[in-house]
Design a protein around this ligand. Sequence first.
Ligand code: ADP
Ligand code: MG
Length: 246
Amino acid sequence: MDEIIRIRGLKKSFGTKEVLKGVDLDIIKGKTTVILGLSGSGKSTIIKHIVRLLKPDSGEVWVEGVDMARADEDEVYRMRKKIGYLFQSGALFDSMNVYENVAFPLHEHTNMSEEQIQKKVRERLRTVGLNPDDVLELYPDELSGGMRKRVGLARSIVLDPGIILYDEPTSGLDPITSDLITRLIRNTQQELNVTSVLISHDIKESFKAGDYFAFLYDGKIIEYGDKEHFQNSTNPYVRQFLDGKA
Ligand code: ADP
Ligand code: MG
């Protein structure tokens, strides 16, 4: 198997609370891997290590052969350009309109001309199903929840990253909008041929988008496999989660 991310023995505590107790996880290139687990189990904490928003207490976080736990600042900067990150809050900059929000990473990380940037921003808004002419001038508070997620998604793919991390992209959305965003993630994955890591507590949604599934419980990945493997899991914690009793 061709793993683009390889996490080994990842441990992280906040104060006296040991959240990650030795996470081992491989992310396969060109596929979507879903990290499942209860709220507060440490899913966001795992992916924050992939972009080095957090440093582990111990363990290794290899991304394309670079250990993000030990990379120097230049390397972290270089790697972050290759990784799109859609935050749990989906946070857009409130004081910037849609154009400025989506263009932000291009201004930050490239030497592209304003004309090239405009072209790219329009292209990526179309990728997420928005008509640029309708939305470019709007501010986040003028957008619906679903549109904000789309704009956030456009921003996270504007640098053509090879890897995209989605932290609960459908949380807080109604079922129909959730379904749309999930399809969009699937389409984006296929159109751009990226590797995706998707955090979800919604098992049904995630089955529509994921190729592989990892279940985080008590600080460790206790189940991993494809959809069929997962659905047939005999692990009691996984079963509770699958049957909606967790
Ligand atoms: P999940 O994404 O699975 O809901 P998180 O990774 O956000 O879980 O959080 C796991 C646990 O770690 C929670 O108990 C949370 O309160 C705690 N935690 C996360 N980040 C911090 C932080 N920066 N400081 C202190 N505690 C944190
Ligand atoms: Mg989280």
